[in-house]
Design a binder for this molecule. Structure first.
Ligand SMILES: C[C@@]1(CC(=O)O)C2=NC(=C\c3[nH]c(c(CCC(=O)O)c3CC(=O)O)Cc3[nH]c(c(CC(=O)O)c3CCC(=O)O)/C=C3\N/C(=C\2)[C@@H](CCC(=O)O)[C@]3(C)CC(=O)O)/[C@H]1CCC(=O)O
Ligand SMILES: NC(=O)c1ccc[n+]([C@@H]2O[C@H](COP(=O)([O-])OP(=O)(O)OC[C@H]3O[C@@H](n4cnc5c(N)ncnc54)[C@H](O)[C@@H]3O)[C@@H](O)[C@H]2O)c1
Length: 216
């Protein structure tokens, strides 16, 4: 059987992520990192207009120069996204020598990871990968996700998180906890949010709900 890629969710907060290249592909990689708390560096003689806006807003640092060996020092994650296979090859070699995880845009299987299509709704992240077989198809699947998972999920996930925290605080027994958490997922909160009749719950309301549903 062919080896498969392993999905993980990376904590990039406070970690240096470097993108080599400043074209359309580099822009997609940077956009996926934006908002993660990563310290972003772009190394490229030129960047797209959107990347330039991000640099002006202070969201990324731009080193206006071609890649040179040594540029990856201190990086947590690296993307080789230039239009030069030779340069991308050098980036891969330095990253591997330094044990830094690296993505290669033009010859993906020689890198350590590939980038899935992704969608965020607050704390909900949906990522779709076709293992490089067809990036266009991954994007197509994501369009279906986009249509099915609207903005309401941001509020919903916040509600679920708050409720779960209260249950963890109030309920000792693991089986009781699991029972209550399953009941929370059966509530019609999503519908209420969609119909704009959802009101956020206070801790007292949640504790009261726990008491009632525990007995039932
Ligand atoms: C998901 C997405 C995220 C992102 O880019 O960050 C992404 N590609 C997207 C779009 C897209 N890319 C390409 C087309 C044109 C149609 C086509 O060629 O199919 C379209 C469609 C379009 O633009 O509409 C061309 C292309 N892509 C790769 C190669 C090189 C090769 O295959 O060897 C070539 C040929 C270059 C050439 O012609 O030389 C390689 C990769 N592209 C990946 C990711 C990784 C695997 C994803 C997975 O399956 O998990 C992987 C393996 C490596 C990586 O980049 O990490 C993003 C959608 C974002 C969204 O959802 O909107
Ligand atoms: N992974 C994907 O989704 C995907 C999609 C399309 C293309 N590709 C591949 O990715 C490559 C890049 O695509 P693109 O559309 O962003 O190209 P592009 O031409 O828009 O951008 C290339 C960028 O690389 C920079 N660059 C060139 N030499 C450099 C150097 N020595 N050091 C640092 N930066 C340098 C350029 O300034 C430019 O910003 C393509 O050649 C193609 O092989 C990958």
């Amino acid at each position: 059987m062919e080896n498969h890629y392993v999905p993980i969710m990376l904590n990039c907060s406070g970690r240096r992520c470097i993108v080599i290249g400043g074209g359309k592909v580099a822009e997609r990689k940077i956009e996926a990192l934006a908002g993660s708390g990563a310290l972003l560096t772009i190394i490229s003689p030129e960047v797209t207009e959107n990347l330039l806006h991000m640099v002006h807003r202070g969201e990324a640092e731009w080193r206006k120069k071609p890649y040179l060996q040594g540029d990856l020092e201190g990086a947590f994650l690296v993307y080789a996204a230039t239009d030069s296979p030779e340069v991308n090859e050098q980036v891969i070699a330095e990253a591997q020598q330094r044990n830094i995880l690296v993505n290669r845009a033009d010859a993906p299987s020689t890198g350590d990871f590939i980038t899935p299509s992704s969608l965020r709704r607050g704390k909900l992240t949906i990522a779709v990968s076709a293992s490089g077989a067809s990036p266009g198809f991954a994007k197509q699947v994501m369009e279906q996700m986009r249509a099915n998972y609207g903005e309401e999920y941001e509020i919903y996930l916040d509600f679920l998180q708050q409720f779960r925290e209260v249950i963890q605080l109030e309920v000792e027994d693991r089986r009781d906890r699991k029972y209550l958490l399953d009941r929370v997922l059966e509530m019609d909160v999503l519908i209420q949010i969609r119909e704009k009749r959802f009101h956020s719950w206070s801790q007292e309301e949640m504790v009261k709900w726990i008491t009632v549903n525990r007995e039932g």
